[in-house]
Write a protein that binds this ligand. Structure first.
Ligand code: GLN
Length: 358
């Protein structure tokens, strides 16, 4: 355990970092030094540049007595193998900071492949997307913000997860660049359904262009024309729905989507107990466990998705590196066509896409 608070002499910044690193190494943490740095940076008023300049100077006593106990608490938590993201409350995904807690899967870099593929293959904005098993909302919110798609629906069985997704949507969707107005409306308590709308100004309203410019002139035009806000040139209405649903159970079959994306739980139950303590003890099993063979949700999604897709609608699912053949088979049997497997940066099978041409 750490001793820096008990020493007579103040430690230097470098010693603080070393002590943190050793404490985490002893606990078997893989990236001990990096994690110690993040915790130090979060606990103390120090950034990388100042650390490098001052690392051999003793830490000021007042700063140490204020921030030292915080650093110590963070280190103890991390040594107990609590994920660093739970300690700091954040994980970056697609360049955006997402709030996380023990009720959601921590966004993984692997999943960026799914979002990037959809963004690349669907430059047109006027489409509706369903994100099934949204968890923290990282897929839905990054598609909504970076893709500026007309309508995104994010569904999850866990209300606790949806509360996190709501925070993230507030953080990024309701206040994105070019927002001229935004609002949220609770549509239903049971099942929980929330609608968020933003009116986003885009200097170039032609298809395929990313939104840009904050549009001061437009804001004035919007104020002048209320309530006909959507009629103002360059202003587009964007909607994000959060829905409590056991897969499709709370969705309306008359609502058809252009795209369904999902990163469902896909780890075989027996594999979970062999994972790192950060994952098996601190991330929600509900978000990881794909039942006996890991394919439970792909089976249900394969059979049910078609009914919610427009003709030629697409699905994009994240898969485990060894699940491509099995998921391909499921989708083929369920009637999907043009099935393709997309690899991630390390070269592993990561995303399956397919078309529903009925
Ligand atoms: N990719 C995650 C992991 O390896 C699992 C994600 C999931 O089950 N959807 O921990």
């Amino acid at each position: 355990m750490t001793t820096f608070l008990k020493e007579e002499k103040e430690p230097t910044w470098q010693q603080l970092l070393e002590e943190g690193k050793n404490c985490l190494l002893d606990a078997g943490v893989a990236d001990a030094e990096l994690d110690a740095w993040y915790l130090l940076e979060a606990a103390f008023p120090i950034d990388r540049v100042h650390f490098l300049i001052d690392k051999n100077r003793p830490v000021n006593g007042q700063i140490l007595s204020k921030s030292g106990p915080v650093y110590q608490e963070y280190l103890e938590k991390r040594a107990a193998r609590i994920p660093i993201q739970h300690i700091l409350g954040n994980q970056e995904f697609m360049g955006l900071e997402f709030t996380v807690n023990e009720n959601v899967l921590i966004p993984r870099q692997d999943t960026e492949k799914l979002v990037e593929t959809v963004l690349k293959e669907h430059p047109g904005r006027d489409i509706s997307i369903l994100d099934m098993c949204t968890g923290s909302g990282c897929i839905a919110v990054s598609l909504a913000v970076l893709g500026s798609y007309e309508k995104i629906t994010a569904a999850d069985i866990s209300r606790a997860a949806l509360k996190v997704a709501k925070k993230n949507a507030r953080r990024h969707f309701l206040v994105q660049k070019g927002t001229v107005r935004s609002e949220s409306t609770l549509l239903s308590e049971m099942p929980w359904k929330l609608k968020m709308s933003t009116y986003v100004y885009s200097s170039d309203s032609s298809e395929g262009e990313r939104q840009s410019a904050s549009g001061e002139g437009t804001k004035a035009a919007v104020r002048a024309r209320e309530p006909g806000i959507a009629a103002v040139p360059g202003v587009r209405k964007r909607e994000l729905f959060l829905v409590e649903s056991d897969l499709f159970s709370s969705l309306d079959q008359s609502d058809k989507y252009d795209i369904i994306v999902s990163n469902p739980p896909y780890i075989p139950s027996s594999v979970i107990d062999g994972l790192e303590p950060e994952v098996k003890d601190h991330e929600p099993r509900l978000a990881l466990d794909g039942s006996g063979d890991g394919l439970y949700f792909y089976r249900r999604l394969a059979w049910q998705s078609g009914a919610y897709l427009k003709k030629d609608g697409m699905i994009y699912f994240e898969i485990g590196y060894d699940q491509a053949a099995a998921v391909w088979q499921l989708l083929d049997t369920a009637g999907f066509c043009d099935i393709e497997i997309i690899k991630d940066e390390p070269g592993l099978d990561r995303v399956v896409k397919a078309r529903w041409n009925r």
